[in-house]
Write a protein that binds this ligand. Structure first.
Ligand code: KG4
Ligand code: ZN
Length: 348
């Protein structure tokens, strides 16, 4: 099938995403988020996320089909995130996708969430005056509340290599935790971004944790954010103990600077070391103003072509899963069958 009509289902974290694509063309991308339900806990609660998916999935599917102007019978294939992510959350999407595939007798593809983030870029190809999608090989930096991963993508369908990942907190998680200790609400990323406006990013030199102990890392470009988070906590604690007021804008700007610096230093180093002059960003942290700015600066300086899909395709969504599914169909891959499960630690 040259331009397969593919449905994508994404339930790996707190976003229930269903999208429809035809080949590389985006037809719909509907998202229901349980973010607000997690706010009072200061982070995503797995059980709450799973229950929310169960409630949201059918109506989200209905809307995605309607917005795309298609019916279930039109589908050539279904793609679903089988991992990595929260096990219970993944199971809701996988179960629903299997039920649909069996009842419709439609091929089903289990796909990797992280590779899906890379697939999102395909959908921006040529649309609304955008540049053509990224070429391969490319380095991809995926940063959200659940993951911080650096990938080398030689071929989206069958050649993706993990260059590095976080050994402790994800970058978005660090934003959420630091926001919390500064008394800002969840999700913390946008709050810190706002609080940082007008702050001095050089006011406090927080540690970057760029060189990690050899025995702690598995990959050349692994990340660590727990040391940075602890450093901010200690700094704030000391200031409070000594009766000083916390300069919120300066702390937020200095912390944000440290995260952006670490992310872009490693991503650009990977591009340079591997001779791959292309970098693709994905994940919710890509919304960060300083991350975007520094990415543009560092990539321009290093001669790296930077791609940042629109935010609706950067955060978790079903369209990116559908896009990857369509690539698998077009590459002639066999469907996954029904024997797969949800794998919370699925490797790329
Ligand atoms: O991709 P996403 O919507 O969902 C998952 O984590 O799966 O990412 C959400 C994460 C949260 O940790 C949130 O604090 C962070 O992305 N985030 C930001 C910004 N907007 C969202 N982090 C830094 N700056 C932002 N402007
Ligand atoms: Zn994600």
């Amino acid at each position: 099938i040259r331009e397969p009509l593919v449905l994508g289902i994404e339930t790996s974290c707190d976003e229930t995403g269903v999208g429809v694509v035809r080949g590389t063309t985006l037809l719909s991308n509907v998202i229901a988020s349980s973010m607000e339900e997690h706010a009072r806990y200061g982070g995503v609660v797995p059980e709450v996320a799973a229950r929310a998916h169960l409630e949201a999935l059918a109506p989200t599917l209905r809307r995605a089909l309607d917005e795309a102007g298609v019916t279930l019978d039109d589908l050539d294939a279904i793609a679903v995130t089988s991992g990595p992510g929260l096990a219970g959350a993944l199971m809701v999407g996988v179960g629903a996708a299997k039920a649909l595939a069996v009842s419709l007798d439609t091929p089903l593809y289990a796909v990797n969430h992280l590779v899906g983030h890379v697939g999102a870029d395909i959908l921006t190809d040529g649309t609304s005056g955008a540049d053509a999608a990224i070429e391969y090989p490319t380095v991809a930096l995926l940063v959200s509340g659940g993951h911080t991963s650096l990938l080398l993508v030689r071929d989206l369908v069958d050649d993706v290599e993990l260059l590095g990942e976080t050994i402790d907190d994800a970058a978005g998680e660090a934003f959420d935790k630091v926001a919390r200790l500064l008394g800002l609400p969840y999700p913390g990323g946008p709050e810190i971004d706002r609080a940082a406006v007008g702050g001095d990013p050089t006011a406090i030199r927080f540690p970057r944790g760029l060189s990690l102990p050899k025995d702690m890392i598995k990959h050349r470009y692994d990340f660590s954010f727990s040391g940075l988070k602890t450093a901010v906590a200690r700094w704030v604690e000391r200031e409070r103990d000594e009766g000083r007021e916390i300069p919120l804008a300066d702390v937020a700007a200095s912390f944000r600077e440290a995260v952006a610096d670490v992310l872009l230093t490693k991503a650009v180093a990977a591009c340079t070391d591997l001779g791959v002059p292309r970098l693709l960003l994905g994940g919710g942290v890509v919304a960060n103003a300083r991350v975007r700015e520094l990415a543009a600066e560092r990539c321009a300086a290093a001669g790296i072509r930077l791609r940042i899909p629109p935010l609706s395709l950067c955060t978790d969504n079903g369209a990116m899963i559908a896009a990857l599914g369509a690539q698998l169909v077009m590459a002639g891959r066999s469907p996954s069958g029904l024997g797969f499960g949800a794998d919370s630690t699925l490797p790329v």
